[in-house]
Ligand binder design. Sequence first.
Ligand SMILES: O=C(O)CCC(=O)C(=O)O
Ligand SMILES: [Fe+2]
Length: 309
Amino acid sequence: MLTESSVFGERDDQGTRDASVGIARVSVADAAALLPLRTPVVFTDASDAWPLHRYATPEYFRRVHGMHRVRVHGQECTLAALIERLERATPDDPGPYPCKFEIAKALRGLLPEVTPRFACSLPDRQGNPLIPQRLFGAVNNLEIFFGAAGGRFPYLHYDVMHLHAWIVPLYGAKEFTLYAPDQAAFLYPDPDVPWQSSVRNHHDPDFVRYPLLRNARAQRVVLHAGETLFLPAGWWHTARSLTFTISVAFDQLGADNWSAFVADVVAELNRNGAPAKARLLGMYLRALGPLLRACEFLGGNRSSYWGRR
Ligand SMILES: O=C(O)CCC(=O)C(=O)O
Ligand SMILES: [Fe+2]
């Protein structure tokens, strides 16, 4: 049974602008009650289902996957060399962040170690063949992040196309700063990239240049190894690594963020000067919504395996 104190456990005291409302920390057994509230939730045990949960250490990645070649900021190296570089990093010189890779491409052998997809993150429509897959060209299906203490996510954003975000630090600790969708008016969304803030250096912002930012109500939460952060569509966020971290992240498209997704697809096509395409695709996707809902009612879009994207 959920009570307010069991749900809102953590009070955050970092920084003066934080709202004092904690983020719920719960078991996946409570997911069905909490996810429809469309508020961030930390699941303490979702990743227990993944074998990797038990041994996701830098040593494991160096030993078992270290020979894989990865590309970071345009430079290619082995994963072992990257890990060694991040281990030498200091908070003042944290090295690149995030070093993120699509698992199916860079570390394919890892897929069974991060399977099944959590039941509470289903249904997911992204892999449905009725949706043009090129819409997800810029979205990693399932990604792994490496970072050192002091590594900071480069921009404040919500996940593109209003996808729900699931972020799972499996090693180390990471601090997230979150803003509800209704705080957007204080966050200076970039008109050309509306899911990103145009605030530069947002971890230590210039309030003279961005005065509205003072009014934004932030929530901070520190995630520890094995915990999972669910961020509903449209929640602005950024992160910084407090230690060496290894995390896995993925997105979700369901019935509840479908309209926002369609609106973003249409808006992007209009911004790119393709209004006819925007109208047609918008009509198609809007008509598809009820069909996908019916298919989900019958158990569709519920694969526990990561699709091929
Ligand atoms: O874990 C992080 O550094 C943030 C990841 C994130 O928000 C993203 O990749 O969209
Ligand atoms: Fe994100």
